[in-house]
Design a protein around this ligand. Sequence first.
Ligand SMILES: [Zn+2]
Ligand SMILES: [Zn+2]
Length: 343
Amino acid sequence: MTRRFIGKLATRGPRCLCIGLAGLLTTTLPAIAHVQNFDVVALGAHGGIVDGDLTAYLVRPVGDDRAVLCDAGTIMKGLEAAERKGSLNDIRPSPDLDKERPGLVARHVVRAYLISHAHLDHIAGMVALSPDDTPKPIYALPSVIDVLTQHVFNGAVWPNMADQGTAPRLGLYHYAPLKVGQAERIAGTALTVSAYPLSHAAVESTAFLLRNGDDALLYLGDTGADTVEHRHNLQDLWQAVAPLIRAHHLHGIIIECSYDDSRADARLFGHLSPHWLLHELEMLEKAVGNEKPLQGLPVVVSHIKPSLVSSRQPERDILTTLRQHDRTGSRFIRLEQGDRVQF
Ligand SMILES: [Zn+2]
Ligand SMILES: [Zn+2]
């Protein structure tokens, strides 16, 4: 791995651009997709405990100001962190719109929400922003829309900001149900999305396969491993994305790893630990079938649950374990709130 300052970006070739606390730098990779296509900013990087840093990823094609939010646990605090870190610098404020860039991005750059499931750590930012938000579609599987309709935007927990369910319906958000495995155009963007169900203990969660032309990015909401969940959702997902990896079209994966390996399987509650994440990546490798097909593939490790015990450092431990025990050659990336990566 070599690292160079962004000033040398003119060099062509496979790479992954990471911009974060350490400033502007690039990392040269043996990436399997050769041109950066997706721009990802973590607005919320965790799966609980600390409010104001809950799962949300701003995703757009590189150089395109039309984005989607993959989950929406935290929005404004994440955009403010991203602004401080320079991760939104290429988005030009418009004098006709909001003056502050975080507000501009929330209201006008984000064109749609993709909600993997309705747990609070995936929707709280959207709910909090909704009184000042612009009209947007919410793309989700029907089971997720049912929960939002009945239990969130229901006039009791929160006013009904959507276009279905309890009256009065304010109609700000339009529910756009997705059919499993069927690509749908995301309104107002260059992207399409296909949804795949995931097993997350008692609830159905979702993986979103985003496409920009031939290029693809895979985002997974909360999920357990097939073996632990006694399901085959991930196996089905790996079969669906294997052809994209064979064709070198998959640019990266954003996937959870909530707990470190000290957590017993019986207490994973529909989440992954490093051992199971590595196992699932090996299953993906097997589904692709080539020699070392994941070599250099950027894998953003999301949804790590922080510990309130000062002697424990789950983020460090999880990343160390993944890097030490990985046999697939995947390139594990950790984004803190406001960090940006292009791949
Ligand atoms: Zn979660
Ligand atoms: Zn969850």
